[in-house]
Ligand binder design. Sequence first.
Ligand SMILES: CC(C)(COP(=O)(O)OP(=O)(O)OC[C@H]1O[C@@H](n2cnc3c(N)ncnc32)[C@H](O)[C@@H]1OP(=O)(O)O)[C@@H](O)C(=O)NCCC(=O)NCCS
Length: 203
Amino acid sequence: MPADAAGTWPVTLVEGPVTLRPLRRRDRRAWLDLRAANAAWLRPWDATSPVGAPPTSFGAYLRSQDRQGRSGEGLPFVVEVDGDLVGQVSIMTIVRGALWSGSVGYWISRHVAGRGITPWAVATACDYAWGALGLHRLEVNVRPENGPSLRVVAKLGFREEGLRRRFLHIDGDWRDHRSFALTAEEVPGGLVRRLRAAGQVPR
Ligand SMILES: CC(C)(COP(=O)(O)OP(=O)(O)OC[C@H]1O[C@@H](n2cnc3c(N)ncnc32)[C@H](O)[C@@H]1OP(=O)(O)O)[C@@H](O)C(=O)NCCC(=O)NCCS
């Protein structure tokens, strides 16, 4: 019987050198510095608003992340490696009913890119969502131009489902996305085990 996500947040997951945990009030300085240092790196892939919503403060962002975690609508993790905040992996838009699905998003600081941290962190979050939360299907949507992110889904063995035209508002416009998914029964042993078996461990 799957657990209901509401009531399980806050959650911390540790898998090898990678820790996934909620954003905290005391992350403010590190968070703002990390986002500033990575502004140009993230701009082409960052979600924007079609109605030009004003930027949110750290406090408002923290509250919205906490609300989504506690309500069971999302799993908004930050990624920590060796005690440093280096990015985010989130499973959002969690829908139950007849679907039990969520959408995975991620980014990592440029200074630690290419070390296999994101596939590992995504695998850890997905295994938790399938296991403890009992979700059935997890999807990842990637812009066709995003070579590094396409490598992440390839390493994890996500199955391509097709092209969603003008699917998400990214970097100021509606952008096409390639859609990938996995259901729980496609990965009975979990994604971390799959990565380990392939020697795809974080460096
Ligand atoms: C996509 C992203 C999360 C990948 O994270 P990562 O932890 O670097 O993942 P990996 O280490 O598995 O590397 C993935 C690919 O990135 C590329 N890459 C490797 N080193 C890199 C570097 N220093 N800089 C840029 N790209 C690099 C390679 O193509 C690599 O594939 P390979 O391992 O087969 O060579 C990261 O590039 C990122 O945050 N990009 C900006 C935000 C973004 O695109 N988010 C996803 C939106 S769908």
